[in-house]
Design a protein around this ligand. Sequence first.
Ligand SMILES: [Zn+2]
Length: 167
Amino acid sequence: MSVLVLNADFTPLTVCTTERAFLLMYLDKADMVSDVKNKRLRTVQNSFPYPSVIKIRQYIHVPYKSVVLTRHNVFKRDNHSCQYCGSNKDLTLDHLIPKSKGGKSTWTNLVTACKNCNAQKGNYAPEEVGLQLAKKPIRPSYVMFLRFSSKLLCEDWIPYLEHKVSA
Ligand SMILES: [Zn+2]
């Protein structure tokens, strides 16, 4: 089980293991913000709530961590599905504004598309050939990417991750 670690100002910092979260709290470096319902850690004399979100006491200045723009990471952002038809087969990258029309390889101009949709789109804008995007492509922040990466997304994390989404 992973624990979401918030900075002293409640912005998401990273994700750590339960063991690490217990250690940070034990050392008085972090406080529990939210715990896992119906789960306690039992020792001989005590029982402790299981942390799902913790907040560190001392603000840590972190430089903005950006996610590297790669084919793999665009697929990951788009949940490995074609952004036009939802297929998860024969995926490729599609330039919304075609390269031939000056479209750049950027987070906001690249989407995951299957080979069929990509061929159908050709050198046109999606709306010109009747294709509709599932969602507007955005540049993911590092923390948002943790969310994409985490299969075991804890519901308690969502409020803290959502306000951090940057376009
Ligand atoms: Zn498709």
